[in-house]
Design a binder for this molecule. Structure first.
Ligand code: XMP
Length: 311
């Protein structure tokens, strides 16, 4: 944890010096998802490196509805000139038939960095700027999960130098820096969304059909709970099927879980109390707008013993 005397202005000038010191006059790339961590890291790197910094955004097929366009617009408005790498097919191909959560995470990470390292070698770039924060490292090192962006700390080497200016900060400090830098609220107050996206919101095997179901359900959850303050709110597609009724006939359909948590730093979390009518409204919309879903459940456990994500 960092001390109470944390000063965003000192932090930013130190981070700029650190990045300049490592990268020198060479080219660097930032993979920016539009989330608060990677956007702050990219913004500071841009201040340090100017046009020597390239920004990429990867379409892995696991983004939320409208997320690709929204993120590209956001990054353009921040002056990043993002390059979109459309790699949806590659991710689905590599993940086909994989059910185990940790294997999914590892394959996602390998595919993600393969895409980045190909881009880097094609463009003769040796430095990667990442928005890794302290919680990512702590939980990956302690074996809670394979966070997609934690590499050097666990001895993974993809052959390029990773620069992580935010590695000692927790989420509240990153938000403070975003505000200090004058980034829009859309960034500084943004709800966290994991790097592997909807991949870890489908329990078990992923394919475009299953991702589409959780994508639609997630949109409904976000819309219906727009005015509920929470650290994260989202939908999850559960494994297996359960009995329901469609057109007067028995139908084995999918199950969606709703997860809404309060948290400061994602290390612990509490479920948020949602008015029953709101939960009912979500259940009605999900089952009427997504015909393959016949059940909607609300998740009640804190972290620990559960984690925030289901995978
Ligand atoms: P868990 O599920 O471990 O999540 O309680 C803690 C926080 O981390 C996010 N999360 C990730 N973020 N890459 C990310 O960028 C990942 O691989 C990843 N896994 C979990 C999760 O959404 C929550 O905010």
């Amino acid at each position: 944890m960092i001390s109470k005397s944390f000063d965003p202005s000192t932090f930013v000038s130190n981070a700029i010096n650190e990045i300049k010191g490592i990268v020198g006059g060479e080219l660097a790339v930032a993979a920016c998802s539009g989330g608060v961590d990677s956007t702050v890291a990219t913004y500071i790197a841009k201040m340090a490196l100017g046009d020597k910094l390239k920004t990429i955004y990867i379409n892995d097929g696991f983004r939320r509805e409208g997320e690709i366009e929204n993120t590209l617009n956001l990054l353009r408005n921040l002056g990043f000139n993002p390059i979109l790498l459309d790699r949806e097919e590659l991710f689905y191909k590599n993940l086909a038939g994989i059910r185990d959560s940790e294997r999914k995470r590892r394959i996602f990470r390998e595919t993600f960095y393969k895409v980045i390292s190909n881009f880097m070698s094609d463009n003769d770039i040796k430095f990667l700027i990442q928005g890794t924060i302290a919680a990512d490292i702590v939980e990956t090192k302690s074996g809670i999960k394979t966070q997609h962006n934690v590499l050097e700390q666990i001895g993974v080497d993809y052959g390029f130098k990773v620069v992580e200016p935010l590695r000692n900060l927790y989420k509240p400090q990153v938000r403070e820096i975003a505000r200090f830098l004058g980034l829009p609220k859309e960034v500084s107050e943004k709800m966290p969304f994991p790097g592997p996206g909807l991949l870890i919101r489908v329990v078990g095997e992923v394919n475009p059909k299953r991702i589409n179901i959780v994508r639609k359900a997630n949109k409904i959850v976000e819309e219906e709970l727009m005015d509920i303050p929470a650290f994260q709110k989202f939908a999850v597609l559960l494994p297996g099927r359960a009995t329901g009724i469609r057109d007067g006939m028995r139908k084995y359909g999918y199950m969606i879980a709703i997860r809404v948590v309060a948290s400061e730093d994602a290390i612990t979390a509490e479920p948020v109390n949602i008015p029953f009518e709101k939960l009912r409204a979500i259940a009605d919309r999900v089952t009427s707008e997504i015909k393959d879903v016949v059940r909607v459940l609300f998740e009640l456990t804190p972290k620990p013993p559960s984690t925030i994500e289901f995978e």
